[in-house]
Design a protein around this ligand. Structure first.
Ligand SMILES: Cc1ncc(COP(=O)(O)O)c(C=O)c1O
Ligand SMILES: N[C@@H](CCOP(=O)(O)O)C(=O)O
Length: 478
């Protein structure tokens, strides 16, 4: 399998190269040159497999020669046979005759990010060991990617991780899950600004020879193709349980960086009968506007009770625009250069038509989010987190507005455990969810992180000096 950049000028790479490179050298994002296709018979053949076996089947075409069959099987078995608290890994829960939840929060850090990052950690280990190399990971988080990535790579000999989060804009549980990890290869940086600022710094580091040269940088954000690949698996797993390929399925996906919902798009491209993908956002609704009117223009980020989705520049939207817009790398590079300058762009007709064939966008404000938490609790006895509630609110709106075929099951992705956002949950439904025992004594452990100003150079220079000096774990002053 060969991967190409959305901006056309970076070298094509194999899976191992893409997993280690993160962002392409031209600033673009890697995608498979062609989508692998599963026939209906192949999809039917997945029925009855355990999650880890599903993962092997769905992931295999993307991995190509980078892993042997035996290596891929061993990694998937180790990750999905052991690291999750539910035997089904991502169980389905029925809410009413039409609505389902796909629970993605049974991993070690209680959010959907674990599903991919537990795998990515093992892939890094395998590839770096094989090459005899080291990797400096730079990541940006609005809370969940950071904790899941740190959990996945803490203690690995060949990896050093620097995680930037926007100071004061993640939940306390999310922050503690990052800052109480004592492994010497983990560095937490709390920067001034929003998640978008942190993400912009990280992307800039990949293109900055002052740092990506002396250090070999790697990514754990969804700019890394391997993240999305692992997320495709649970679309297949859930759709097959609900009757695919003989029955269509629709999904509502709480969305920020457009990674999770893009994985649904990939599943559809591979032949899974997905009838509709609902892009559910909070009031930071650039994606809803883009899908409705072709207007992708970023304004400031409004803090909400769904902080992980307080995002206005959605990395993976570029992957969709590239794929729907005719895969023209030069045109995509020009379009993204315009956006970098003006923070606004208009989708082309091809991009709009391509996207609207499958996607619809709906946003939920704070009241609608609280109402969805209340409905899930009262109607189905389910305590859900506010991000999931944004997805559920959008799902219910989509049904009312007939944006989804009434005969297909509609699955909302439950992206985080309610205990990660227990203040917001308690305010909405009067129930304070308990933290599962697997997160341990989170509130008794000492926090360690470094506060930095919001300028790019402060973050870059911190990473550079600490990684080059090899002072593992020294970012622990605060
Ligand atoms: C709990 C939660 N839900 C939803 C999202 C949005 O997912 P994506 O960024 O893949 O669109 C995130 C963060 O990314 C998250 O942490
Ligand atoms: N909500 C995310 C933001 C980063 O998204 P990613 O999927 O690109 O890693 C977070 O929790 O950090």
């Amino acid at each position: 399998m060969e991967y190409v950049s959305t901006r056309g000028s970076a070298p094509a790479l194999d899976f191992e190269g893409v997993a280690l490179a993160g962002l392409a050298s031209d600033g673009g994002l890697y995608l498979p040159r062609q989508w692998p296709r599963f026939s209906e018979a192949q999809i039917r053949g997945l029925r009855g497999l355990a999650y880890w076996e599903f993962a092997v089947e769905v992931i295999r075409p993307f991995v190509g020669d980078s892993l042997t069959e035996r290596e891929l099987g061993a990694i998937c078995h180790e990750v999905y046979g052991n690291a999750f608290a539910h035997e089904a890994v991502t169980p389905l829960v029925q809410l009413d005759p039409r609505n389902w939840l796909l629970e993605l929060f049974h991993g070690p850090t209680l959010a959907f990010k674990d599903v991919a990052l537990q795998l990515l950690g093992r892939l890094f280990e395998t590839f770096l060991e094989r090459r005899g190399e080291r990797l400096t990971i730079v990541g940006a988080t609005s809370g969940d990617t950071g904790s899941a990535a740190i959990n996945a790579v803490a203690g690995l000999d060949r990896v050093e991780i620097f995680m930037l989060h926007p100071r004061g804009r993640v939940s306390e549980v999310q922050r503690r899950q990052m800052t109480t990890v004592r492994a010497p290869n983990v560095h937490n940086l709390a920067i001034e600004g929003s998640f978008d600022d942190a993400q912009a710094h990280v992307k800039r580091m990949f293109g900055d020879p002052a740092i990506n040269g002396p250090l070999s940088l790697g990514a754990v954000n969804s700019i890394n193709w391997a993240r999305l690949m692992a997320q495709v698996v649970y679309y297949f797993y859930s759709a097959v349980q609900l009757g695919a390929p003989d029955r269509k399925v629709a999904y509502s996906v709480p969305t920020g960086n457009f990674g999770d919902v893009f994985a649904g798009y990939v599943a559809e491209r591979m032949g899974l009968p997905i009838e509709r993908l609902i892009v559910a956002t909070n009031v930071n609704d650039i994606l809803v506007r883009a899908l409705a009117r072709g207007d992708y223009s970023a304004s400031g980020v409004t803090p909400t009770i769904t902080p992980s989705m307080d995002i206005q520049v959605s990395s993976n939207f570029e992957r969709l625009l590239f794929d729907c817009g005719g895969r023209d790398g030069a045109a995509m590079a020009a379009q993204m250069a315009g956006f970098a300058e003006t923070k606004a762009m208009q989708l082309t007709n091809a991009q709009r038509e391509g996207a609207s064939a499958l996607f619809r966008g709906f946003s939920a404000d704070q009241d609608a989010t609280a109402r969805a938490m209340q409905w899930a609790h009262q109607a189905a006895g389910q305590v859900i987190d506010p991000h999931t509630a944004v997805g559920l609110s959008a799902a219910r709106t989509a049904l009312q507005e007939e944006a989804v075929d009434p005969s297909v099951p509609l699955v909302t992705l439950a992206t985080a455990h309610p205990a990660k956002f227990r203040e917001a949950v308690e305010r909405a439904i009067g129930v304070r969810p308990n933290l599962p025992a697997r997160v341990g004594d989170l509130f008794a452990r000492e926090e360690r992180f470094t506060e930095l100003p919001g300028d790019y150079e402060a973050s870059r220079d911190f990473v550079l000096t600490h990684a080059l000096a090899g002072t593992r774990g020294s970012s622990a002053e605060a």
